[in-house]
Design a protein around this ligand. Sequence first.
Ligand code: TPP
Length: 558
Amino acid sequence: MNPSDHQEALTYQVFTLMDLLQSYGVQEIVISPGSRSTPLALAAELHPDIHTHIHPDERSAGFFALGLAKLEHTPVGLICTSGTAAANYLPAIAEADLSHIPLVALTADRPHELRDVGAPQAINQQNMYRNYVRYYTELPIADVHESHPNLLETKVMQCVQYLKGAEMGPVHINVPIREPLMPDMTRTDYFFRSEKGMQQYSIVPDGDIHLEGHGIVLIGETVESLDCITPILDRENLTVIADPRQHIRRDMTGVITHQDLIFNSMDADQFDRLEREADFIVRIGEPLTSKATNKFLARTGIPQYVISEHQALKTFPVAPKEAYVGTISAIMKSIRFTSAGRGPKEWLTALDGRISRRIEKYISDYDDEGRFMYEIMRHTPAQRALFLSNSMPIRDGERYDLENTQRIYANRGANGIDGVVSTALGMAVKTPLTLVIGDIALYHDMNGLIMSKLEDIDINIIVFNNNGGGIFSFLPQNDNQEHFERLFGTPLDLDFKHAAALYNFNYMHTDKVEDITDGLMNRKGRNIIEIKTDRVANAASHQDLRRQIEDVVKSVEI
Ligand SMILES: Cc1ncc(C[n+]2csc(CCOP(=O)(O)OP(=O)(O)O)c2C)c(N)n1
């Protein structure tokens, strides 16, 4: 191919690829700088309907894209150069796989003659995310063969099938590019900017499902908004329990949210009563955060039914009797519920209320992370989303949320502490947001803070600095003090005021719960609020309050 043919073919390929992806809904792309990816980056940048973000760190970029996509499950693209740059997307792609987030990784690659020969920045990128993506393809080297347009359309059409619906998740297109790398930037006539419909999936079961008696409906995180099924759930014979990440708990009254404390504290007689009174369990959406609830599910003999909006069925913690895959509201509408006798709804909802009141009464005796979380939630306005990091913030969030007013988000697909800052910042582009995070997780993705500065993204970051991994003090590893600090506690002795200064954040620190006010929680701009706590005292006071709750649960008469 002569040089002008090469440039023409390359320009056609990358401009058309970008235009096709945009026409199927990819309107945002996070680009990390590099040379081999030049034509892809320029194509995205020049496309008038694609908004680009520039992120210099691919690991954080992957999570930033995940955050951009997370709020509405809109597809977001990623562009990086060849080599280890691409490998850095893996953690975010693994999370996207498990949390069904439509990411499109476009990795530039060396052409075939530069692979396996010792050429620089060339690693094996072929299907490198194979365990985590729904679709992989490699484009041919751009050429002028007449089959090329059809091939591009086909590949994009195949890949976008996974950006919506029951198999939604990440996809990977590897793009080998030969030098010279500059496309013809005048050829924006390749951008047709058409809108291609992506099928709106609605899978409806063909049979009639009949569930008789009293049921417990456990609802985890879902892509579909479940507001429309509240009238179906609002029945005498259904006890509804919602995960903190399930927003139905904001809109529906009588939803139980203290399931973790309830299942943690129930004794054998109470479990027996539940077994007698509940005839079935319906599990909707993703598995729940609460360990105690999952333990209960694993051991109960009550027949369980799973309703999954994704083909990749998650049976954790135990395989159900039956599973239905499809649109949740359609499935729920097709279920015939009939009831007789007395179920557990009354005492379970009463118990949920009594736990709230007990927390309310005694919480002010403490000044630990749980108390701070309680105050943070009380003072955060409803329109602000809360992103709660793994591991204690999401658990404390579940435990001490008495008002159920905010939308709560977390990376609970793979439960990683990597990429939390970047995911939260990606989300903060689209909604006012507060991130609550521990010191280790903040350190882990400190690089991610740069996007707040580069794109002027407002965010409130509240860091519980207990100088190490607080979660481990709640685990049996804590019993062996000889190795605990070095292997699990891992104190880092960090003072985040330096991070705040480096990334141009406002900074304040406090150890007084009185400082958690409406004003502080709704502060505009880019803020890091550091709360210094003590891991050992925090674990002890958590156990203390838990004993109070145990008393409440145990006092329920059988
Ligand atoms: C990428 C990754 N590495 C390690 C872990 C294991 N892990 C879970 S929680 C945790 C400590 C977190 O500490 P911090 O962020 O300070 O929060 P805290 O436990 O104090 O709430 C670690 C290392 C993980 N979940 N993800």
